[in-house]
Design a protein around this ligand. Structure first.
Ligand code: EPU
Length: 430
């Protein structure tokens, strides 16, 4: 069993480079299916979710080759099936993007229902509603596989009942090569939606309005190969910022787009943290004065991102006073709080609210990552504690954070990955 072992109590200092955005990469890689030529994608994060979606495409016949740590060559022209029903597919949430891409290109798709992080019901009804509006028949087979097919997709108006990142991107994928114009209303506006639209447009698609709540897609008949670089990961950036603030350190994060971090930097400033922005970098300095408590409400972009909620909760534990977190996107994204309570946190959960009495003494305890961002919160909590914390289920963390051990070590953190076999502990390469 692999674990992270963190000896905390030291402020973080230094510089860390932010990788490409996970949630853009896991959509852009399957989106290559729509292309009629090979593509090269750069600034791809080296994380297990990217390896998984790459392997799935390979199983389907595409040629996928890593050019270097952050670039992939993908040739979709050798794809020999529209069916993706293996365990690999079930193993990741974002495999639902195969539905939109396959349906858009070939008029048919058979994809196993996604797995992924564990925080309550994660329906895809809005994705299917969109495909149906474009003329596809969709059905659930054996409760575990979605089949969708259509002779010719035709553009239509789709109004999303909930603002959904996945549904917005999936309908965009399906509509790229449909006949006529599709209009998505009440669309999500996250930076990775704009990134996917930019990627598709560079290949010859005709998408306007991405980044607003109305996206118009006019179908095209051919899409050509390109080289494209993915945007930086705003959530990875927010995670390192939380760790710096929680340890009262001062770090610079590079390879970022400060605009994408506005809702996050606004909260740090409210807490009294000094933020200095540069073109593609930012310094966060929490050494100067005591931090102030604050409240957070997660919302679709441009609101505060739910994917930074657990990391902020772990930070707010360190600030004296009562802070209230309101999780407004997911029904059940507080499973990790019982792990923080093991470390001495005073947090109670009432429905969508987590009430944090910060500044109480924390002690090291064995904890587990209940999902990807929860795992990041465990690291941030552990970094505050003058003791040795063991974090298990780290496979969740490695789904979405590139070189997490190396990056934290470069900031002066004492963190290592160990492999436990009974009583023996063996350190893995840092
Ligand atoms: N929803 C529906 N019906 C649908 C789709 C969504 O009711 O058909 C609801 C969900 O239950 C949820 C809300 O709408 O309450 C938002 O879900 P959304 O579809 O936006 O989420 P997603 O596309 O499944 C992506 C990210 C998540 C991130 C959310 C929200 C990927 C692969 N995942 O999920 O990322 O939390 O958007 O921003 O892009 C993470 O990175 O840790 C992560 C979980």
């Amino acid at each position: 069993m692999e674990k992270f072992v963190v000896t905390g109590g030291k402020p973080l200092f230094g510089e860390v480079n932010i990788s490409g955005a996970k949630n853009a990469a896991v959509a852009i890689i399957p989106a290559v299916i729509l292309c009629d030529e090979p593509c090269q994608i750069e600034n791809i994060p080296n994380i297990s979710d990217v390896s998984l979606i790459s392997k799935i495409l390979q199983q389907m016949g595409a040629k996928v080759r890593r050019i270097n740590k952050s670039s992939l060559y993908i040739d979709p022209t050798s794809l020999h099936t529209c069916s993706a029903v293996t365990d690999l597919v079930r193993g990741m949430r974002a495999s639902y993007y195969l539905l939109g891409a396959l349906l858009g290109k070939y008029g048919q798709a058979k994809v196993a229902l996604p797995g992924g992080c564990n925080f309550g019901v994660r329906p895809i009804d809005q994705h299917l509603k969109g495909f149906e509006a474009l003329g596809a028949d969709t059905k659930l087979v054996d409760g575990a596989i979605i089949e969708a097919e259509c002779e010719q997709l035709e553009g239509n108006h789709v109004y999303l009942d909930v603002v959904s990142v996945g549904a917005t991107m999936n309908i965009m994928l399906a509509a790229c090569r449909a006949k006529g114009q599709t209009v998505i209303e009440n669309a999500a506006r996250e930076p990775h939606i704009v990134d996917l639209a930019n990627f598709l447009n560079s290949m010859g698609a005709d998408i306007r309005g991405a980044g607003t709540d109305v996206i118009k897609i006019r179908g095209v008949s051919y899409m050509h190969g390109i080289t494209y670089s993915i945007i930086p990961d705003q959530i990875e950036a927010g995670t390192y910022m939380c760790a710096a603030a929680a340890t009262r350190g001062c770090i610079t994060i590079t390879n970022i787009t400060p605009k994408h971090l506005e809702s996050i930097t606004a909260k740090f400033r409210e807490m009294g943290v000094k933020i200095t922005e540069y073109d593609e970098a930012l310094t966060i300095d929490a050494t100067q004065k005591p931090l102030k408590r604050c409240n957070i409400k997660t919302m679709p972009h441009p609101g505060f991102p739910t994917d930074c909620q657990p990391q902020f909760t772990a930070l707010l534990m360190s600030i004296p006073g009562t802070s209230i977190v309101n999780e407004n996107v997911w029904d059940n994204r507080y499973q990790y709080i019982s792990e923080l309570i093991r470390m001495g946190a005073h947090i109670s959960v009432e429905g969508r609210l987590a009430i944090i009495e910060g500044g109480t003494p924390l002690t090291a305890a064995p904890v587990k990552a209940t999902d990807l961002r929860a795992g990041a919160a465990m690291i941030i909590a552990a970094l505050q504690i003058n003791g040795v914390t063991e974090i298990s289920s780290i496979q969740y963390i490695e789904r979405g954070y590139e070189d997490v051990v190396e990056k934290f070590r470069s900031l002066g953190a004492d963190i290592k990955k160990v492999y436990y076999t009974g009583d023996n502990e063996e350190e893995l390469g840092a």
